[in-house]
Design a protein around this ligand. Structure first.
Ligand code: 1GP
Length: 253
């Protein structure tokens, strides 16, 4: 399997990363170019591209646009094998370990395996944990799974632990796009404590305070989509916040 040495793979404990989620359904060429220009002047580590349901036919065009205008790695965040695109750099191979739907635990992966194996995509095997954020999200409905209870950090920790023991190399705690409430600090800390692999956190991060709470609790990567679509300036705010953590890390080395 060829590896392109993306930064997610070369994870350094303590270093914080910022992923901007680009949902093809919510972008056109102009809004995408605006985000690419903002990202070029701030620290953005990855573009996650995808969504739980993509109704537009423009994912390929969006990825092409990113590749033409940016060097930031594009990582697919797919909800099915239909969303695999060889133009990207990598893919979160998500196993929905908070759910009990075999299609999202292994089914889609079987269909995708020969396509992925033949591709140049860097594969990130990821234990995906959907957390109940107060309202039913597209991800929960479309996957036909019950999200993990919001106030049960111990269940999240044991789920993450099981994922790591099964060999998954990343844990993604997600409240779902536009989540009413972000994942709690208690849950992030419990998961961070339970596993050694990088912990990705997203869903409902719409203030720098919420981003800081997630980072302080132990998130290695934070993902922001919705609020940046509504307020592109938020990209700069989160990027500056992330940079402040990484500067402190370098100073203490
Ligand atoms: C959703 O974690 C991502 O899967 C990002 O969520 O769109 O709420 O930022 P938001």
């Amino acid at each position: 399997m060829p590896f392109k040495n993306l930064r997610l793979q070369k994870h350094i404990p303590g270093r914080k990363h910022f992923a901007v989620l680009l949902d093809p359904d919510n972008l056109n060429e102009a809004s995408c170019l605006q985000l690419l220009s903002l990202s070029a002047s701030h620290q953005v580590d990855f573009f996650f591209v995808g969504g739980s349901l993509i109704t537009s036919q423009n994912q390929a065009e969006i990825i092409k646009l990113i590749k033409e205008h940016s060097n930031i790695p594009v990582i697919l965040f797919p909800s099915s094998s239909l969303h695999i695109d060889a133009q990207a750099d990598g893919i979160l191979l998500l196993s929905l370990i908070s759910g009990r739907n075999p299609e999202f635990l292994i089914g889609h992966h079987v269909i995708s395996a020969p396509i992925l194996k033949a591709s140049q995509l860097e594969i990130y095997p990821t234990g995906y944990i959907l957390v109940d954020s107060g309202r039913q999200t597209t991800a929960s409905y479309m996957s036909g799974t019950t999200p993990l209870p919001y106030d049960k950090p111990a269940i999240a920790a044991c789920t993450a632990m099981a994922g790591e023991l099964l060999g998954l190399q990343y844990i993604y705690l997600d409240g779902g796009s536009g989540a009413k409430e972000p994942i709690t600090a208690e849950m992030i800390a419990a998961v961070r404590e339970a596993v050694d692999v990088p912990v990705i956190v997203g869903g409902g991060i719409n203030t720098t305070h919420k981003a800081k709470t997630a980072l302080d609790a132990g998130a290695d990567v934070i993902v922001v989509g919705n609020h940046i679509e509504k307020n592109p300036g938020f990209l700069a705010e989160v990027s500056n916040l992330i940079a402040s953590y990484n500067v402190a890390l370098d100073v203490h080395r």
